[in-house]
Design a binder for this molecule. Structure first.
Ligand SMILES: [Zn+2]
Length: 175
């Protein structure tokens, strides 16, 4: 079966994902199915809730092949960085959002090994974006009221124009 990317309006994107107790064959198969969906959509990351799975896991590829993070947590963050973010679950829209420039992330890889990563700029931004997905947070939640109103009306406009599914976001699609 192949996964479909869920978009704004799908309740699964608003739920808090649950920790993964065992990294078993099911989890490995899920990752195997998620990675091609990420590539197909030309995102650099994809979080499980974006394909309808309420689990704390995301995949990403920053040019070194697909990586998986299970039960990731950001333990430290520092600095500020403005970056134009796009999201595969809100196709057609992108927003400049200020977030911490660096984060320290811990979690597990697909083999169950503990990982600890110091991330800066784009990788850090990717991690923060994916963590948001695991907590049911979308880009729109980072906007102020007026920006959000404008974004939602633009979204409705896009939905009404949309023939198929060939929208690409203005910014880089983190996931
Ligand atoms: Zn996203």
């Amino acid at each position: 079966m192949s996964y479909q990317i869920r978009v704004l309006g799908d309740p699964v994107l608003r739920q808090e994902a649950l920790p993964i107790e065992n990294i078993d064959g099911r989890v490995v198969r899920m990752v195997k199915d998620m990675v091609p969906v990420m590539y197909e959509a030309e995102g650099i990351g994809l979080a499980a809730p974006q394909v309808g799975i309420q689990k704390r896991l995301f995949v990403y590829d920053m040019g070194e092949g697909p990586q998986t993070l299970v039960n990731p947590q950001i333990t430290e963050s520092d600095g500020e960085w403005a970056f134009e973010e796009g999201c595969l679950s809100v196709p057609g829209l992108s927003f400049e959002i200020i977030r911490p420039k660096q984060v320290h992330l811990v979690g597990r890889d697909l083999e169950g090994n503990e990982v600890s990563i110091e991330a800066d700029e784009l990788l850090s931004r990717l991690f923060q974006h994916e963590l948001d997905h695991l907590d049911g947070i979308l880009l729109l939640d980072h906007l102020d009221r007026d920006q959000r109103k404008a974004a939602l009306s633009r979204w409705r406009e896009i939905q009404s124009l949309r023939g198929a599914d060939d929208l690409s976001p203005g910014g880089l699609s983190l996931s």
